[in-house]
Design a protein around this ligand. Structure first.
Ligand SMILES: [Zn+2]
Length: 270
């Protein structure tokens, strides 16, 4: 018998479902998988942070410095004075598990960051921008707020937090994690984390001076000036818009009945 190949029917490779419906099912499915992965990672970080209490973190990172940090001379007067200011501000957070250390980064770009173990890095560029101790105190108080909420570890990136967790349970050295300052500096915090840090920072400033006069003066100047100015763009990329912050800080002071007048303390080096 001769075999007569039968032609496949037309359109065998074409699905009965409309291609647009198929495409949107694919997009929705991938989005759902992506969201699920992100949620699981956030959950894992919360668990990791629970198992690495702030006190353990403070011990592990007691003398740690980011690999890529270029600091000013250890004899720089501003380093000494900024450390003293941080110590005074931190004294209002009695149960702080960290021994806060200040380093000044040799950079003209204004920025401030909270790093593992209680390390606060401010740049020369930021110190050039602040006009009084009160202004600097608020910037530092804000960073203290990030430590209090442990935002600085969440900002490190999921991979690093998870390796930190394994370093703790296996007893490995955290120096091997290779954390760079830029790992933190390039990641902003969420709006909520930022406003919590602002609220804490303002409370610390109020405890220190008995008023919050000029706490947000730096942001007023930045709001009035060109926000695109190169020197401040790094700080602005990781912090809320200065105008919004000024309004929020004013509202907090109003709500809590804090004085917005009061003696301004000049910076010793100015
Ligand atoms: Zn912040």
């Amino acid at each position: 018998m001769r075999y007569i190949p039968k032609k496949p029917r037309e359109g065998i490779n074409v699905s009965d479902v409309h291609p647009l419906v198929e495409a949107s099912t694919l997009v929705l499915g991938l989005t759902a998988i992506f969201v699920a992965i992100v949620l699981v990672l956030i959950f894992i970080i919360e668990i990791a942070l629970y198992f690495v209490p702030a006190r353990t973190e403070a011990e592990l990172f007691a003398d740690w410095m980011p690999e890529d940090l270029m600091t000013v001379s250890p004899n720089d007067e501003r380093l000494y004075e900024t450390q003293l200011l941080v110590d005074r501000l931190a004294s209002h957070w009695a149960e702080a598990p960290y021994r806060f250390r200040v380093e000044i980064e040799n950079s003209d770009v204004a920025n401030a960051m909270a790093l593992p173990g209680g390390l606060i890095v401010v740049t020369q560029g930021l110190l050039d921008e602040v006009g009084s101790e009160n202004e600097l105190a608020f910037v530092l108080g804000h960073e203290l707020g990030h430590f209090r909420n442990r935002d600085h570890l969440r900002a490190l990136g999921r991979g690093i937090v998870i390796s930190l967790f394994f370093a703790v349970i296996t007893g490995n050295d955290v120096a091997g994690l290779g954390i760079k300052a830029t790992d933190v500096a390039l990641r902003g915090f969420s709006r909520e984390q930022e406003s919590k840090a602002d609220e804490f920072g303002l409370a610390v400033v109020h405890s220190e001076y008995g008023h919050v006069n000029q706490a947000s003066r730096l942001f007023e100047r930045w709001d009035e000036a060109n926000e695109g100015a190169l020197a401040i763009v790094a700080y602005l990329s990781t912090h809320p818009q200065p105008g919004d912050r000024v309004d929020t800080l004013r509202a907090i002071a109003d709500r809590d009945g804090w004085r917005t007048d009061g003696q301004i303390t000049p910076l010793i080096w100015q």
